[in-house]
Write a protein that binds this ligand. Structure first.
Ligand SMILES: [Zn+2]
Length: 128
C-alpha cells in the first residue's frame, strides 16, 4: 500500500518514519506530506508537534482530531514548492488536499509557510 501522502512507498517507509522522528523530514514538502498523513490518521499529537510553537493551536487539538476522523481523506496533490530545501530555513508548499465530507468531495487549496524550529521543519500557517 502506498503511503497516505501519495508517495509510492509504504507508510512504514515514508511518513511513519517522520511521525516517529520529525527531524527525518529534511524538506518542507516532506514535512507537509507527513502532516497530510497525520490528518489521514487523525494523529493529533503529531499535528501539534509539527506545528510551529508560535502558532500551535493546542486548544483546538480535540476538535481538529474529531474533524480529521469525521472525513474520509482521498489524496494529496503537491502543486508547487519554493525553498524548503535542506539548506533553507523557510519555504512554502502549495497543495490540494481532497476528502469526502458529508458525501461530497471537498478540497483544501492552500499555500502553506514552513520554517525550521530546533532543526526541524514546522508548519507556520498560511503563506501571504
Ligand atoms: Zn508519506
Amino acid at each position: 500500500m502506498n503511503c497516505y501522502c501519495g508517495n509510492t512507498t509504504p507508510y512504514s517507509e515514508c511518513c511513519e518514519k517522520i511521525h516517529r522522528n520529525i527531524q527525518l523530514a529534511i524538506t518542507a514538502e516532506q514535512l507537509m506530506r507527513s502532516r497530510y498523513s497525520a490528518f489521514a490518521k487523525a494523529d493529533g499529537d503529531y499535528l501539534m508537534q509539527s506545528h510551529h510553537s508560535s502558532t500551535r493551536p493546542i486548544k483546538e487539538k480535540k476538535s481538529i482530531v474529531a474533524w480529521a476522523k469525521s472525513v474520509q481523506w482521498i489524496k494529496l496533490e503537491v502543486l508547487e514548492t519554493s525553498k524548503g530545501k535542506p539548506i533553507d530555513t523557510e519555504g512554502t508548499v502549495t497543495f490540494n488536499a481532497y476528502f469526502y465530507e458529508n458525501g461530497n468531495v471537498e478540497v483544501i487549496h492552500e499555500k502553506s509557510a514552513f520554517i525550521k524550529e530546533n532543526n526541524a521543519w514546522k508548519y507556520l500557517g498560511l503563506s501571504e
